[in-house]
Design a protein around this ligand. Sequence first.
Ligand code: CNA
Length: 281
Amino acid sequence: VDDDTPPQTLSERSVAAVAEYIKSGRARRIVVMTGAGISTAAGIPDFRSPETGLYANLASLNLPEPEAVFDLSFFRQNPAPFYVLAKDLYPGNYHPTVSHVFISLLASKGLLHQLFTQNIDCLERAAGIPADLIVEAHGSFAAQRCIECKTPFGDAPMREHVRAGKVPRCERAPECDGLVKPDIVFFGEALPRLFFERTRMAAEADLILVMGTSLQVHPFASLPNLAPESVPRVLFNLERVGTLGSHADDVLVLGDCDAGVRKLADELGWREELETRWREL
Ligand code: CNA
């Protein structure tokens, strides 16, 4: 869109105007869409940032290609690289970021309609966002099961195996002995049913916040396009992604997402509350 095209909903294309829109009470159904970029400040590398990205780090594991770590047929032959990654990413190792806490603040204020996350680090839950407002589009480490007979595997033994760097196997052994995998969506696997049940929430949004995602993985990548064009969309990301910036009411906040979120919190008068909550978490 031409930068001169006047917005329909916001008074102007700025963070201040987004804050004004929220404060006016017209944004009651805020839908947030997140990716690995909101967790990098916690110390978890994203996938695609060169040098620091997870794919770059996985080079040391001798994978045919980095994506293999999330490939089911590769996992069947060699589950070890996934469990190296799992040991690092396992919930409990990391602290939620300011961006996670901002989303939990939206929830506390009754403004969060739905959060769609691609992350598997469970930091949304750790930040106190109510479970029913979270759609973990690519699953998470919250539960695990046998890839053959689908029998669930306990949380406590899972934690033990991951910590010890051991690959867990189905407890129905010796009959089964299949590999156990967290309910993380691997390449070629279907997304959780909840994702499809909740996409209508994205269509109902009156404000969309997209944070820390390259929007390269489908069908997640099309979520920001489901609401009418007059619905403001704000992108907090290092780079411009997807169709963000092409609507007259899109606001691009390029740079570190925690910095962008702090700017919005300042404009909303929520900054102190945000910092306090983050510190006390
Ligand atoms: P991605 O493709 O790695 O993209 C991350 C995006 O975030 C890029 O556009 C970066 O420029 C941007 N970014 C990185 N750091 C920041 C920052 N501090 N502030 C603002 N923007 C930043 O990751 P996506 O989530 O888009 O890709 C989808 C995959 C990655 C999902 O299936 C995830 O499961 C998977 N993943 C998850 C985690 C996690 O759970 N924390 C970590 C790594 C990968």
